[in-house]
Design a protein around this ligand. Structure first.
Ligand code: AMP
Ligand code: ZN
Length: 145
């Protein structure tokens, strides 16, 4: 099991720092966020230390992803929320503050003070196709491969 001795979330998943756990599996732990966007805000934390989502093994990401529907149903039912956001912040610029990859499940309420959605940009000319090609090249193929 990979672990960073200085990492807060490694200490939490190993039970060295207390947390309000709501779900545990052999590969992940779900806890309440200590400073929630809204009460009932859950963090799903893989037990293994990986700083960012891009570094996660596919099977671990798939396992954590498989917990999202059930946790979302539970959070929404328990809080009486009208909806939810599931998000991973990756990198300081994206708001990541704890560099042990985790998923947020945030209950949302009509007229809550959360500023969402983000502003949206648009593509000009063939920019959309060129951007898709650049990403496809990085992926090593085409979308329908
Ligand atoms: P992020 O900004 O995406 O890295 O998210 C880190 C989250 O961890 C923040 O929402 C914090 O409120 C939360 N957090 C920080 N310390 C703790 C802790 N000891 N227990 C539970 N959640 C925490
Ligand atoms: Zn860690």
């Amino acid at each position: 099991m990979s672990r960073d001795p200085k990492c807060l979330f490694c200490k939490i998943v190993h039970g060295e720092i207390p947390s309000a756990r709501v779900l545990e599996t052999d590969r992940a732990v779900a806890i309440l966020d200590i400073n929630p966007v809204a009460k009932g805000h859950v963090l799903i934390i893989p037990r293994d230390h990986h700083a960012q989502v891009a570094e996660l093994p596919d099977d671990l990401a798939a396992h954590v992803g498989s917990l999202v529907p059930r946790l979302t149903r539970a959070v929404v039912a328990a809080t009486g929320a009208d909806g939810s956001n599931t998000i991973i912040n990756s990198g300081r610029v994206a708001g990541q503050t704890i560099f042990h990859c985790h998923w947020h499940v945030i209950p949302r309420f009509e007229d809550d003070p959360v500023r969402w959605p983000w502003p949206h940009d648009s593509y000009l000319g063939d920019e959309m196709g060129r951007t898709a090609s650049l990403i496809q090249r990085e992926l090593g193929g085409h979308a329908d491969d």
